[in-house]
Design a protein around this ligand. Structure first.
Ligand SMILES: [Zn+2]
Length: 66
């Protein structure tokens, strides 16, 4: 029943990584289908799909910004 400071300012704009080659993915913008889930494209290996690796957030706990 206690509140946790869940709100983080860095939730959006975090880079997604390619599940194949771990390079940075490019977001594939759907021009008319913005109700669909995001699609990502890897320019390095040609992968494209909905699966993207998000960098671990837990490591951020160590960094104190105060
Ligand atoms: Zn790739």
């Amino acid at each position: 029943m206690h509140r946790l400071p869940i709100k983080r300012r860095s939730l959006k704009g975090r880079p997604k990584l390619c599940p194949k080659c771990f390079n940075k993915l490019t977001r594939f913008g759907n021009l008319s289908g913005w109700m669909l889930p995001d699609e990502y494209v890897c320019e390095s290996c040609g992968y494209h799909g909905h699966v993207a690796i998000e960098p671990a957030v837990e490591a951020n706990k160590e960094a104190k910004e105060s």
